[in-house]
Design a protein around this ligand. Structure first.
Ligand SMILES: Nc1ncnc2c1ncn2[C@@H]1O[C@H](COP(=O)(O)OP(=O)(O)O)[C@@H](O)[C@H]1O
Ligand SMILES: [Mg+2]
Length: 500
């Protein structure tokens, strides 16, 4: 009836496996399943069942069967579901991974941007610091404990480069080096850059700062191109995180101007007190002097040259005249305070002066050269006082050419807001060692009776009064044996501006 069933297969499964109480699956050919007929492969799954309710030693084997086609559909469905689930899982994982990746990228980009910003901020801060340090009008420098340069700011370089010792003189800086470059100094020891005396001075100051472990202030005077530069310096030990000093910060201020100003105020005060004194004394002396001179004159008429008393009388006259000159100079100070006019016609004033001195110059074998434009603007000041200044300068020039004659050059020119008047001589010049003193009241190198030492301080007083300027250059045989000697004094006066 059922031609498709293969009993041999079933029997083998039953006999060899199920009856022995084994567990497993098998396949056999059958002809029906749940009312459906026809050839089909069926799957059988079996397992032994042991139960207390059953007789001891006896064993049941339970089996389920189903056509493979039915099972395979189920299996395929299971597979498909499984696959779908796996695919979904992979997709979810992929998307999750992607999200994590994107998130991380965002975070890292934000981080990168933050780092970049911080870096830029830092750089900006550094630039600001650098600019402050570079543009500071103070000298700012950093040295390590072995006196190696860590930093010189621009102003330090401006001053210190003038003191550098080059290779030729035993330093470490090559001859042709560009001394204005900061990198040139970084890492070099002071001992290789400057003169031993300067380095030794600095070392002592550093030692003192380190001893105190606190900032230490000192003042020093440097000679830079024949000009004295005064520095007020503070050395500050710099500590690392552990509190150990490892560098020194130096801040120096150029106090030259302040010192010069103080000196000037001091000079002006000295002049003012001389003025007050002079005004009082001069009148007291003037009258007796006039009488002495008057009588000397009278007596000289009675005792002509050749007479035994003549020479003695001449001595009286000469000295009384000198005393008169001193008194006049002193009175000059007293007059400083009372200016008469407020503008000066420089060209006209100079012509008057030239007319007065012409003859004297001729007798002293001094050539006169004048250089001046046709027209000069008026300057602020008083004519008489201007002439007094120029006379004093010319007198000094003539005195300096006393021995061998020479050339006196008077030149005037306008430049910007100033008119400059120069008095130049080819005289003996002023030695460097007394240059700082020549404006001092009573400073003179002339013989007693010849100079009062008041000429230049009088000039100075007048110059100060009108805010003019006076300066000089001079070369003497003492300092420059193989150069021509001579002196130029220049007075600079601001042009008088008429208000429109
Ligand atoms: N043109 C000059 N050449 C050389 N030395 C000068 C000149 N002008 C001034 N001096 C120096 O300055 C000193 C002071 O000058 P001054 O104040 O006019 O006083 P005095 O002429 O009475 O000596 C002079 O003694 C002289 O040594
Ligand atoms: Mg003089």
């Amino acid at each position: 009836r059922r031609p498709y069933i293969k009993f041999t297969q079933i029997n083998r499964i039953m006999k060899d496996l199920m009856l022995r109480g084994e567990e497993g699956v098998g396949v056999y050919e059958s002809g029906w399943h749940r009312g459906i007929e026809g050839q089909m492969s069926k799957l059988i799954a079996f397992t032994p069942v042991k139960s207390g309710a059953l007789a001891l030693g006896s064993l049941w084997s339970v089996a389920v069967t189903a056509p493979i086609s039915e099972v395979s559909v189920t299996v395929r469905q299971v597979y498909i579901r499984h696959f779908a689930a796996e695919a979904a899982l992979i997709a979810v994982m992929f998307i999750f991974g992607l999200l994590v990746f994107i998130y991380q990228r965002r975070v890292s980009e934000a981080l990168k941007a933050r780092v970049k910003q911080t870096e830029a901020d830092l750089q900006e801060t550094e630039r600001v610091y650098q600019r402050i340090v570079e543009q500071a009008t103070d000298l700012i420098y950093i040295l390590d404990l072995e006196m190696r340069v860590v930093l010189f700011n621009r102003h330090s370089i401006e001053i210190f480069s003038n003191l550098v010792v080059t290779e030729k003189d035993g330093g470490v800086i090559p001859e042709q080096a560009d001394l204005s470059r900061g990198e040139l100094y970084v890492g070099k020891k002071l001992a290789g850059l400057f003169r031993p005396a300067d380095v030794e001075f600095m070392r002592r100051q550093i030692d003192r700062a380190l001893e105190r472990k606190a900032s230490y202030s000192f003042e020093q005077t440097l000679t830079i191109r024949a000009r004295k530069v005064h520095l007020s310096t503070k050395l500050i030990p710099i500590r690392n995180d552990r509190g150990e000093v490892y560098q020194l910060l130096g801040i120096s201020r150029d106090i030259t101007e302040r010192m010069e100003m103080e000196q000037r105020i001091y000079n002006t005060e000295k002049l003012a007190s001389i003025g007050t004194l002079a005004a009082g004394v001069a009148h007291e002396i003037n009258n007796p002097l006039a009488i002495i001179l008057g009588f000397a004159d009278l007596m000289l008429e009675r005792f002509p040259p050749g007479h035994p008393e003549y020479e003695d009388l001449k001595v009286i006259e000469y000295n009384a005249n000198h005393a008169k000159k001193v008194v006049e100079d002193l009175l000059g100070f007293a007059r400083i305070t009372e200016g008469l006019e407020d503008t000066v016609d420089i060209g006209h004033s100079m012509n008057t002066v030239i007319n007065i001195i012409k003859n004297t110059l001729m007798t002293k074998k001094i050539q006169l050269v004048t250089e001046s434009p046709d027209q000069l603007p008026r300057v602020r000041g008083d004519t008489r006082e201007f002439q007094q200044v120029i006379f004093n300068l010319i007198n000094n020039s003539m005195a300096s050419m006393e021995k061998s004659g020479g050339t006196l050059t008077l030149s005037t020119h306008a430049e910007g807001e100033w008119v400059h008047v120069s008095v130049t001589d080819t005289g003996v010049g002023i030695p460097d060692r007394i240059k700082a003193q020549i404006f001092d009241p009573f400073f003179t190198t002339k013989k007693v009776g010849e100079g009062t030492g008041l000429g230049l301080s009088l000039c100075y007083g007048i110059v100060r009064k009108y805010s003019w300027k006076i300066f000089f250059t001079s070369s003497s045989a003492e300092d420059h044996p193989d150069q021509p000697t001579g002196t130029t004094f220049t007075v600079s006066m601001p042009i008088y501006q008429t208000r429109e």
